[in-house]
Design a protein around this ligand. Structure first.
Ligand code: ADP
Ligand code: MG
Length: 325
């Protein structure tokens, strides 16, 4: 034990500390996921004994200035928007040695990606419940002047108690940011969820978030994203093709009501003037949905929908990056 502590202190002093050590006030337990630039651990706040999740810069990026800035930026954005049940709550941001970290509430459950891997599709009520939660969370973010920019099944978590939360503010940006692309001129995101106008102008907006919500719901309803292909390039070409509309949802899943289908397809309109004007308009339209008779934010999900916690080795979360030309 003493040996371990002394090794940790030595590593800390040299600035190449391994993540689980020395985040004041917190104990870190297991690595639960690893992405391109950060690792996620579960842990505990020592005083309150509350379970937390800690996102910390991957040791291989400790000297990478842009990844360092990215995590600091994510921390700053997250600390500004801590007041909504459908957006992950950041509790603290800091720096351990050379590694910036974010302490967040721990969300029990699974990502929508994991649930879809198991279930393939959701039913109409579940899609509507998901739509309501995403729209509320994204509407809140837009009201706070922030665009999420990376809405996709990997970045939505569902808990057994019915809570649905958007996570991963790694790409999120302020709407008033003078420089749209904080990290250079490259356009970042996952091709399957990127609106045509985003690909053309490289300018994220509330409308491009709404499009990504539409793609995510389409995938939840049908089992695959609206535009797929063998390569990112093929997907991007389909996103950009203004004459190519997303295919029928009900042809792929008859359980989805015509009302829900219309709503999702509208969010996926290639031309922004045909899309709902805002996530708020989408949200209000959703409320008129006859299938949604409970306006509470904590809508219990139907039995059988309760996600199981994956407790095997750390999940890997990949982030597709594409560069705009
Ligand atoms: N607050 C949280 N509670 C529980 N698990 C989380 C939390 N935040 C992230 N995770 C897990 O870590 C994974 C990666 O987190 P994310 O913030 O999306 O990182 P990345 O930027 O690498 O995509 C998520 O897909 C999820 O499985
Ligand atoms: Mg992610």
């Amino acid at each position: 034990m003493l040996q371990t502590l002394s090794n940790q202190s030595q590593r800390a002093a040299s600035g190449i500390m391994t993540p689980p050590s020395l985040i004041p006030g917190f104990a870190l337990h297991d690595k639960i996921a690893e992405g391109g630039f950060a690792e996620i651990y579960d842990g505990e706040e020592l005083i309150s004994k509350k379970k937390v999740a800690i996102k910390i810069l991957h040791p291989r990026h400790h000297t990478n200035k842009s990844e360092f800035k990215r995590l600091i930026h994510e921390g700053g954005i997250g600390m500004r928007i801590r007041n909504h049940d459908n957006v992950v709550k950041f509790l603290q941001v800091g720096k351990a040695g050379r590694a910036p970290y974010i302490v967040m509430e721990f969300i029990e459950g699974q990502t929508l990606r994991e649930i879809l891997r198991d279930r393939k599709t959701l039913n109409d009520r579940e899609v509507v419940v998901l739509a309501q939660a995403l729209a509320s969370g994204v509407h809140y973010m837009h009201g706070e002047g922030i665009v999420h920019k990376d809405i996709k099944p990997e970045n939505v978590m569902l808990s057994p108690d019915g809570t649905i939360k958007l996570i991963d503010l790694g790409f999120a940006e302020s709407l008033t940011s003078v420089k749209w692309s904080l990290f250079g001129r490259s356009l970042e995101g996952s091709p399957a969820y990127m609106a045509p106008e985003l690909l053309r102008s490289k300018k994220p907006s509330p409308a491009t978030d709404l499009y990504a919500v539409g793609c995510t719901l389409y995938e939840a309803a049908t089992g695959s994203a609206p535009f797929t292909g063998h390569s990112d390039q093929e997907v991007l070409q389909k996103q950009l093709n203004m004459n190519l509309a997303a295919g029928s949802i009900r042809e792929k899943n008859q359980e989805i009501s015509p009302y829900t289908e219309r709503l999702i397809l509208n969010a996926l309109e290639k031309n922004t003037s045909n899309r709902y004007k805002s996530v708020d308009e989408f949200r209000l339209e959703l409320r008129r949905n006859p299938h949604l008779n409970n306006s509470s934010k904590h809508i219990p999900l139907p039995t059988g929908f309760a996600p199981r916690r994956q407790n095997s080795s750390a999940r890997s979360s990949s982030r597709n990056r594409i560069s705009g030309t």
